[in-house]
Design a protein around this ligand. Sequence first.
Ligand code: ADP
Ligand code: MG
Length: 328
Amino acid sequence: MRNLGFLMLFWCFSAAAFAQPEAFHQAIKLMGSGFEITAIHENPVLARKAIDAGIGEIRRIERLISSWDESSQTSAINRNAGIQPVEVDDELYQLIRRSLKVSGITDGAFDISFAAIEKLYQFNGSETTLPPSEEVARSVAKINYRNIVLNPDKHTVFLKEPGMRIGFGAIGKGYAANRARAVMQDMGISNGLVNASGDLICWGKQEDGRDWGIAIADPDDKMKAIAWLPIGEGAVVTSGDYEKFLMSDGKRYAHIIDPRTGYPTTGIKSVTIVCPDAELADALATSVFVLGREKGLALINQLKGIECLIITEENKLLSSKNLQLQYE
Ligand code: ADP
Ligand code: MG
């Protein structure tokens, strides 16, 4: 019996030694968008468990930051605009604090209080006109990140003006992707990928041991790649006007609002940001849309370790100084 035990133990060890890492994928709708999660591991049970944990984490974050869910802390902040400060969890408090930091470095191009104007637009392709200018003026007056008041001692958030609102549409998916990766890594997944419908973070290597590389989609044909980005590890986040946009007078507007004017942006089809952090990449991709080509590239060129690719409405590719694109 003892010998048999030894043999079985040996068999287990040798089976483990020969097991090859395999990629396990899950596509799922979360935060109103399509997510794809990949875990690469020799143990399928662990890989599946880690994917489920990643999904659980994204759902948890959605409950915290959703401005549509009346019971979320974000909705409580919005309901109390101009009335009183609202005490929130540290996680939400810190996300708002980081959002305000991005507003600072982008000179207000990124502003979570853009949400005061959200209801004036649908961006589902059906609109044919811009909203009336008086309505835009009324709502844009409520957008100002400086009126989002944080109290670090009480952990409260206060929107100073009645009618103000905040929304995390331009940063939440990036944050969720970061967090899903963290949860999966903690469970022992050292190679994987989370794609939050274009906000992507990858770590470790691919199933076959090669570095991760990302295809940049042709804005006119999402199934076609126009270039490749060898990234190794980190985030590649693309904001595009392919799905959500508005056409008026033959002009195409993206679903990103310029907080200074209250009108959606024009001139850029897509912005891709490469950076170690998916949340920052997400926020910066949105910011570059608002800042436009020159100011956007100038900002990215100042930031160490962050690169950018812009596809203009004339299909011109503009990239930051150190972006390494491959066309083969
Ligand atoms: P995508 O939807 O392609 O991931 P973004 O990350 O740029 O694109 O997010 C767009 C969303 O960001 C909009 O749907 C809206 O919810 C929000 N948003 C729009 N304009 C701004 C802005 N100036 N600052 C912050 N958030 C914005
Ligand atoms: Mg974004």
